[in-house]
Write a protein that binds this ligand. Structure first.
Ligand code: ADP
Ligand code: MG
Length: 329
């Protein structure tokens, strides 16, 4: 989770009007060519903020493999801080985050209303800033609009370059679909990409969602994707969206099904009656949403991505034994 994900780079980030400036400034920063600090990227979910952070990290490391670049999600930063206070290792914690060439903190809005964490962030920010170490932040909204964030932090967030990422326009959506289809070896014609792109227009994760579904559909192996298949898949997707397959909803449904408390679902309790539903919920989230292992870990009360991976494997094993499961996993 402080690791850079090799999957996300500048090469596979499709550029369009909506993200050009964000991509360009990220790229300049990765080349260490600009002097502004911090870089603050903001925009709705699924528009490529996290992708760009990893791309920056990968680029810096490719050009200097001794560079120290840290990517961390805000919730993880806060959790690590709490842990190090408990363990009396706050000094190490401080050192760790202040010894970097570049520190990237994702979804900074999660610091809202966490005063102690904001305090630590404030000092880390100042130290890095004073030594011209790079700070890259993302948020779902403009710095000034982050409620529950100290004013001194909000103003610091805007000291460098603040750039928005917007939903991609039609042509960019088509380009993204065609690129990602090719990557997955799905045969998708321009016309069909265009058809999908006119129906789905809020974010890139959604576009990846439909490609996943098309890919899962058995007939694509034999034939090109045709319009009937796309229409029915889109319909499924739109119905699913109505019922919102979100992490929260999956957690709720599974808790309800197994009659366990939501707080237990998110807890560290290891009794089987709680651990197994939790593992099932984790595996369902992995299967039905596009969230990464670390994001899922975070949403289940700050667990490690390896815990989620373990859960997915366990449930897959289980599904071989219990027929009812096979349909899904
Ligand atoms: P955010 O952090 O803004 O919520 P992500 O960076 O997680 O969004 O992006 C969601 C998914 O969409 C990721 O799989 C990412 O690779 C992909 N994505 C977003 N924007 C682009 C783009 N311009 N080109 C290619 N893939 C993109
Ligand atoms: Mg993100």
């Amino acid at each position: 989770h402080t690791e850079i994900n090799k999957k996300y780079c500048f090469n596979n980030f499709i550029e369009g009007e909506s993200n050009r400036l964000a991509r360009y400034s990220s790229y300049q920063l990765a080349k260490l060519k600009n002097s502004y600090n911090p870089l603050f990227l903001y925009g709705n979910t699924g528009l490529g903020k996290t992708h760009l952070l990893h791309a920056i990290g990968n680029f810096i490391l490719e050009n200097n493999n001794t560079a120290k670049v840290i990517y961390i999600h805000s919730e993880r930063f806060c959790a690590n801080m709490v842990k190090s206070i408990k363990n009396n290792s706050i000094e190490e914690f401080k050192k760790y985050y202040r010894s970097v060439d570049a520190l990237m903190i994702d979804d900074i809005q999660f610091f809202s209303n966490k005063e102690r964490s904001q305090e630590e962030l404030f000092h880390t920010f100042n130290t890095l800033f004073d030594h011209d170490q790079k700070i890259i932040l993302t948020s779902d909204r403009y710095p000034k609009d982050i409620n529950g964030m100290a004013d001194r932090l909000k103003s610091r967030f805007s000291w460098g370059l603040t750039i928005s990422i917007n939903p991609p326009d039609l042509n960019t959506r088509i380009a993204i679909l065609l690129y990602k289809a090719a990557e997955r070896k799905i045969k998708l014609s321009y016309t069909i990409a265009q058809f999908i792109a006119t129906k789905l227009c809020s974010n890139v994760r959604e576009l990846e969602g439909i490609l996943n579904k098309l890919q899962n559909h058995s007939i694509f192996n034999q034939k090109n994707i045709n319009i009937e298949l796309v229409q029915s898949t889109l319909q499924d997707l739109l119905i699913c969206q109505k019922e919102k397959i979100t992490i929260k909803n999956i957690q709720k449904s599974v808790s309800k099904y197994f009659s366990i408390k939501m707080s237990d679902m998110l807890s560290k309790k290891r009794t089987r009656s709680i651990a197994q539903p939790r593992q099932i919920a984790m595996a369902l989230v992995k299967k039905l949403t596009n969230h990464s292992l670390s994001e899922i870990g975070i949403a289940f009360g700050g667990k490690d991505h390896t815990t989620v991976l373990h859960a997915c494997r366990k449930i897959k094993e289980l599904s071989k034994k219990i027929k009812k499961f096979i349909m899904i996993f």
